[in-house]
Design a protein around this ligand. Structure first.
Ligand code: SR1
Ligand code: MG
Length: 421
């Protein structure tokens, strides 16, 4: 298990030995290396030419443990291979939204890829209240293209089954099974609660039967519904964006799972960002309502954009092959009705997963900066209680919420509800 992270000079020497990377960085004698990993799992470096900083790459290396916890939580380094495979697969489907892979090393478990120098981690941009005009369009395109093309709606049955077998990601799925679907609903020692979070809110996660049954159904779906190659961790920290471009990064949790896990993760994180505005806008001296509205609008636009693009890809594919997934010719009323039912179920899954993802960020070990950045304990607890209420409603009512507009109306309504101290 002994692992030593690269020193700057070791990494520079290593990169110099890779022709494709060497060419990209130029033959400048000096390389600047900065370790920037702020994620939970890996080491991440920005490497650039000292003479021409435009020439730069990102290096990501998997240590044999979970970085957030340390050596006491071992993790196989082969997880990097899952990430490389997913980056290549998603990159082929959506090159405009996935960083390019320049080099992958399956002995050192590292990857060298495109540096997104003029982009920021979306979570941070949202905390700062930045408006991204193309975000929903770009993310919905990424979701539609990746989720559709990995599924039985597009792939031949044998190709799909081979893909399911090739993309097993046991250890990282286990992290999600524990941290998203199990530990938040029991008194696990890894859980972290903010000091002022009322005991009743926690108690409800452990005792409220409708919520627990719904969360159990989502856990089952996560573990058993091998629908497509999902990113597996599509929160706003896995996206880098500027006003023109959007990139999806970090697919190390990729596996064959339910489509709604990715759509749900993204929507959950927009909702967390929305509910945390009360603090961030107060600190910035702004009225939270404006950006909250923008965030809820993005929830609507990303879902509706996704649903329209996904169904469009499906229709075109059936027309081109002349056959419907349900058998028989394309373009029949039954084929369209099946599609509508499919999208309705996918919305329900999305909401259920979104609920679980919100809950884990409030009571689980891995938090999100828009919540932990709330310095006033009482405000943080109020925001957290509201997030838990919305998460519960999404889980329990997921099949009754018939449109995404109904979801954002509910989110706005619960946001306005008072929380007892
Ligand atoms: C213990 S790893 C915690 C979390 O970091 C990743 O981003 C995933 O969300 C994982 O659950
Ligand atoms: Mg990550």
């Amino acid at each position: 298990m002994h692992f030593e992270a690269f020193s700057s000079s070791e990494l520079a020497a290593y990169l110099r030995g890779i022709p494709a990377v060497h060419a990209r960085l130029g033959d400048d004698s000096e390389l600047q290396v900065v370790e920037v990993g702020d994620g939970n799992l890996n080491y991440v470096y920005f490497v650039s030419s000292a003479r021409d900083p435009q020439r730069s790459v990102v290096v990501k290396q998997a240590p044999p443990f979970l970085r957030l916890v340390g050596e006491s939580w071992p993790l196989p380094r082969e997880r990097m291979e899952r990430e490389v495979a997913a980056l290549r697969r998603f990159g082929a489907l959506c090159p405009q939204h996935v960083p390019r892979v320049y080099h992958a090393d399956s002995e050192r478990f590292l990857i060298v890829m495109q540096r997104l120098a003029s982009h920021r981690v979306l979570r941070q941009g949202l905390i700062d209240g930045i408006v991204y005009p193309h975000l929903a369009d770009h993310v919905s395109t990424f979701l539609a293209r990746t989720l559709f093309h990995g599924s039985d709606l597009y792939l031949a049955p044998d190709a799909k089954k081979a893909a399911v077998g090739g993309d097993i990601n046991t250890e990282l799925c286990r992290i999600t099974e524990d941290l998203v679907f199990t530990f938040p609903f029991e008194d696990d020692p890894s859980n972290v609660y903010s000091p002022a979070l009322p005991a009743a809110a926690l108690e409800r996660l452990r005792t409220h039967e409708p919520l627990r049954r719904a969360a159990g159904e989502m856990k089952w779906a996560f573990m058993n519904h091998a629908e497509t190659l999902v990113h597996g961790d599509l929160h706003t920290g896995s996206i880098m964006a500027n006003e023109r471009e959007t990139y999806v990064i970090d697919p190390e949790f990729a596996f064959y799972g339910p489509m709604g896990f990715d759509t749900g993760a993204f929507i959950a994180n927009l909702l967390l960002a929305c509910y945390a505005r009360e603090w961030h806008d107060r600190v910035a001296g702004r009225d939270p309502v404006v950006y909250q509205r923008w965030l809820l609008e993005q929830v609507v636009r990303v879902w509706n954009g996704f649903a329209q693009k996904f169904a469009g890809l499906w229709r075109v594919h059936e027309r081109e092959t002349g056959r419907a997934y349900i058998g028989g010719p394309a373009d029949t009323h039954a084929a369209e009705a099946f599609r509508e039912d499919f999208m309705r179920r996918l919305l329900a899954d999305t909401l259920g997963f979104a609920g679980c993802k919100m809950i884990r960020r409030i009571v689980g070990m891995a938090k999100v900066a828009e919540i932990t950045g709330i310095k006033d304990e009482a405000v943080r607890a109020r925001v957290e209680v509201r997030c838990l209420r919305l998460a519960e409603a999404l889980l329990v009512q997921r099949r009754e919420l018939a449109s995404i507009e109904a979801v954002t109306a509910l989110a706005a309504q619960l946001l306005a509800q008072p929380v007892d101290a």
